[in-house]
Design a protein around this ligand. Sequence first.
Ligand SMILES: [Zn+2]
Ligand SMILES: [Zn+2]
Length: 177
Amino acid sequence: MDNLFQTINRIISSPYWMLSVYVLLFCAVVLWLVLVFWTLKDARKRVDDPVIVGVAVLCSLLLPYIGTLIYAILRPAEYLADARERELEMRAMEQELHTLRACPSCGEIIRPDFLACPSCRRPLRTACPSCDRVLEPGWKLCPYCAHDLKARRVAPPVESPPGLAEAQQLQQVPQQQ
Ligand SMILES: [Zn+2]
Ligand SMILES: [Zn+2]
């Protein structure tokens, strides 16, 4: 037992021991400051409110390691940039849905490349006589192959006035069921 104490005493009193303790302490402090800095960087990416960012950093600073751990558990799961991107995607999808038109006769959703309504057979658009791509009614020239449509004018589908179309739609709904 005496021998063990002597050994421990010798280790503690050696200058290497103190040096190791200082190095360890220095590493601990550096790690603590790095964690505080990481909290600041991460919180700014995830939280919009600067007050909450400040609280997170203060928590990390005043409660070394534990504060950072608490922040890591409670932080929002998503980056602000990702949230914004998702919102933009949603808005783009909504806009796309708005640009999808309904058939004036039966209300069926019409995609931009449809020539006729698949539900009620109503002709909606014409195809370019030169390149066969879908043309919008009212176009004077095919934008894909520059074919002048005035040369051989294809009659555009007759667009009924909105009120009439709605009336037709209402009339046709019971027939379809
Ligand atoms: Zn239709
Ligand atoms: Zn064309």
